[in-house]
Design a protein around this ligand. Sequence first.
Ligand SMILES: [Zn+2]
Length: 253
Amino acid sequence: MKTSISQAIILHHTNYGEADRIVTFLTPDHGRLKGFARAARKSRKRFGAALEPFAEVQLHWSARSSGDLISLRDAELVNLRSGLRRDLETLTLASYGCELTEVLFDESGVGVEVFQLLRAFLDHLDNEGYSVEARLLLEIRMLSLSGYLPHLQHCADCFGPLPSGPVGFSAAADGSLCPACDGGRSVLKVDRMTLGTFGRIMQTPLTSFADFKLSLRSRQEGQTLLNDALQCHLHRPLKSLEFLNRFSPEETS
Ligand SMILES: [Zn+2]
């Protein structure tokens, strides 16, 4: 049976039976895959710590004749990213990144850019730890790659310019609304400067996370806006999200 070798990020795993494990992982070339790791919990020699969540590995696998699970043969650990376990905030944000990837993209819809984005995000958290900025950068880029990014720099209805100062926003209306189009539909107000900041973020490489410092206002408004935008597209509640939101109560309105 042909064995394939893939660079992969482990998203999560579940135990199966007495000694086996089912592992979900992300690859640059094959999208998201689910694999069966026989005796993974019994024999540490074969997989070691390579199947732990967030680890980057070289996976050796082969397709199975039936079913959607592939068979995992071997895994070489490239980077365990143990810095993600430095504190609960960092660990939860890393889990959220993996969960968001699973919910926003179906198995075959995960392109190489999603892999690059998640890898850069996890590497950044591994080195620098939790920050609201890292979360916002991930969310806005995930929305963009999934095709769900709302209109931010112009009116979502008439495509006209937006006024300076507070601008109406509604994810259900697909973004910012000028006063003429708003008609009471906006669910929140976002300063034009925050929208401008988000526009500048979209001009940066999607793997760039270091050295972004946003004002308190941009962080607060950004979290509220992205929360509204993401809620429209999450088809199930994220386990990590409720937990994550507890870490920044002063940041959310
Ligand atoms: Zn308009």
